[in-house]
Design a binder for this molecule. Structure first.
Ligand code: NAD
Length: 437
C-alpha cells in the first residue's frame, strides 16, 4: 500500500515513519525546504526519542521517502494524510485552518486518481465536511473520499504511543474510506487495539474532547494544589488518594506550573470557540483556559515570594525550558512567562535544558544566559527553579547544589525533589501544594 503525508512536523514525521515500519510505502511531503533537506540527509529537525533510527531504517529500506514535490508524493497514494499545523488564529482563539485548506487544495489540484484525504491534524468540527465539499467542487471528475483520523500521540513518547495506542479513531462515511484505513491500521488490529469508526464530526470532536478533558484534569489538580497550600495538605497525597479510584485514574494528576505545549493551550481555546459558535458554550473549558493562563502568569510572583519578595539583582538558575521532558518543543512552555516575568523584575537568569536550548533561544529575553549544563546554570545562583522534570535534574544531590549555589532557595514547580534532605542541607524548599515543615 502507498500513502502520502502532507507535513513532516512532529505528527507527520512520526506517523510517516511508523506507517513505514508497518510495511507501508510512505511519502512525507514537507514544504519547508530546509527541513526537507535535513530529512534527506538523515537529520531529524525535532528531538523525539527513537525517531532518528526509525526514520533512518525505513528510509534505507526504501519505504520512507521525502519527495521534492507534492505531485510526486501523492502519485498512486491510496490515502493522503494532512498533518500540517493548526495553530491558534491571531486574535480570536479559533484554530487557523489556512495550512490545512492550502494543503487540501494543492492535493486536489494535483490528484489524478481516486483517493481518501485523511485529516490527521487536529481540526475543528465541520472541517472534514468542508473538505468533502471542496473535493466535490474542485474534482467532480474523481472519486475523492474524506476521513478524519485524529492523532493522540504525546511528544516524548510519540513512537510507542503511535505503535501501541489506546485506540484509533476513524471518522468516515464511505465503505471505501473505512476499508483503506482499516487496511492501514491492520498491524494494530492484530494487537487488538480498539478501532472506533464514527462519523466525521464525531471523530473531530473526540480529539478536542480528549484534550479538553485532560487539560481539565491537570487544571483541577493545580487548583487543589493551591488549596493544599492554604490548608496544610499535600497535593501529592491528594492526587494519589483520588487517583487510586478507578473512576478517576492516576494519570494527569501531577500538580505543576500549568499546562503548555503544542496542543492543550490551542485545543482548549479552539474547543471553547467551537462550542460557543455551536450555541452550546462550555463554561468548564472557559474556566480551564482562564485558570491555566492565570496560573502561568503568576509563576514569576511565586518565585519572587519564595525569594523573600524581591529578585532584583538576584541570580536565578532555571532548570528545564521545554514544556515537558523528552522534547525540545517550547510552544506555550510555562518557562516563557516565568523567565520573562523574572527578567522584568530585575533577576539575572541562568537557564539550562538538555534538548531545548536552540528552540528556546529566540523566545527568551536577550539578557538570559544559557548555560552549557545544569552545573553551569547553578553556579553562583541565589535560587534554583525547576521547571521541566528531566531525569537528570531529579537526581541532583543537595550537597552538589550547596557546592554550586551561593543562595539557599529551591522552587520545585514539578514536585520532583524530596524536601527533607534539601531542608536538612539548609535550603528553603517550596514545591507546589506541599505543606511547609
Ligand atoms: P508542526 O508545525 O511540527 O508540523 C507541521 C509541518 O507541516 C511543518 O513542518 C510545515 O512546514 C509543514 N507544512 C505546512 N503546510 C504544508 C504544505 N502545504 N505542504 C507540505 N508541508 C506543509 O505541527 P505538528 O506538531 O506536527 O502538528 C500538526 C497537527 O497535528 C496539528 O493540528 C496538531 O494539533 C496535531 N497534533 C499534534 C500533536 C503533537 O504532539 N505535536 C499531537 C496530536 C495532534
Amino acid at each position: 500500500m502507498r500513502i502520502a503525508i502532507i507535513g513532516g512536523g512532529y505528527v507527520g514525521l512520526v506517523s510517516g515513519a511508523c506507517f513505514a515500519e508497518f510495511g507501508v510505502s510512505v511519502a512525507v511531503v514537507e514544504a519547508d525546504a530546509a527541513k526537507r533537506q535535513m530529512l534527506l540527509e538523515g537529520r531529524i529537525p525535532i528531538y523525539e526519542p527513537g525517531l532518528d533510527k526509525l526514520v533512518a531504517d525505513n528510509a534505507a529500506a526504501g519505504r520512507l521517502t521525502f519527495p521534492e514535490t507534492l505531485e510526486v508524493g501523492i502519485a498512486e497514494a491510496e490515502a493522503i494524510f494532512i498533518a500540517v499545523g493548526t495553530p491558534t488564529r491571531r486574535g480570536d482563539g479559533h484554530a487557523d485552518l489556512t495550512y490545512v485548506y492550502a494543503a487540501v487544495e494543492q492535493v486536489l489540484k494535483a490528484l489524478d486518481h481516486p483517493a481518501v484525504i485523511v485529516t490527521k491534524s487536529t481540526v475543528p468540527v465541520g472541517t472534514g465536511r468542508t473538505i468533502l465539499e471542496m473535493a466535490r467542487r474542485l474534482r467532480p471528475d474523481l472519486a475523492v473520499e474524506v476521513a478524519s483520523n485524529p492523532e493522540f500521540l504525546r511528544e516524548g513518547s510519540a513512537i510507542p504511543d503511535f505503535m501501541r495506542p489506546d485506540r484509533v479513531v476513524v471518522g468516515a462515511e464511505s465503505e471505501r474510506a473505512r476499508a483503506v484505513l482499516r487496511q492501514l491500521y491492520r498491524p494494530l488490529y492484530l494487537i487488538e487495539t480498539p478501532i472506533l469508526f464514527t462519523g466525521l464530526e464525531t471523530a473531530e470532536l473526540i480529539k478536542y474532547a480528549a484534550n479538553g478533558f485532560l487539560a481539565m484534569k491537570i487544571t483541577f489538580i493545580n487548583e487543589m494544589a493551591d488549596l493544599c497550600e492554604k490548608v496544610g495538605a499535600d497535593v501529592n497525597d491528594v492526587a494519589r488518594g483520588i487517583g487510586l479510584d478507578g473512576r478517576i485514574g492516576r494519570k494527569f494528576l501531577h500538580a505543576g506550573p500549568g499546562f503548555g505545549g503544542s496542543c492543550f493551550p490551542k485545543d482548549t481555546l479552539a474547543l471553547m470557540r467551537i462550542a460557543e459558535e455551536a450555541g452550546a458554550p462550555s463554561r468548564l473549558i472557559q474556566s480551564v483556559v482562564a485558570v491555566n493562563d492565570h496560573r502561568k502568569d503568576g509563576l514569576a510572583a511565586r518565585v519572587v515570594a519564595a525569594c523573600g519578595g524581591d529578585v532584583a539583582g538576584k541570580v536565578i538558575a532555571v532548570l528545564g525550558l521545554a514544556f515537558k521532558p523528552e522534547t525540545d518543543d517550547m510552544r506555550e512552555s510555562p518557562a516563557l512567562p516565568l523567565v520573562r516575568g523574572l527578567v522584568s523584575r530585575g533577576a539575572q537568569i541562568q537557564a539550562f535544558d538538555p534538548e531545548a536550548m536552540e528552540t528556546a533561544r529566540p523566545l527568551l529575553p536577550a539578557r538570559v544566559t544559557l548555560a552549557a549544563d545544569a552545573a553551569g546554570a547553578l553556579t553562583g545562583a541565589d535560587a534554583l527553579v525547576l521547571v521541566t522534570e528531566w531525569n537528570e535534574f531529579r537526581v541532583l544531590p543537595p550537597a552538589r547544589l550547596r557546592e554550586l549555589m551561593r543562595g539557599d532557595v529551591v522552587v520545585d514547580l514539578r514536585n520532583v525533589f524530596d524536601p527533607a534532605p534539601l531542608r536538612a542541607a539548609g535550603f528553603t524548599y517550596t514545591g507546589i501544594g506541599r505543606p511547609l515543615p
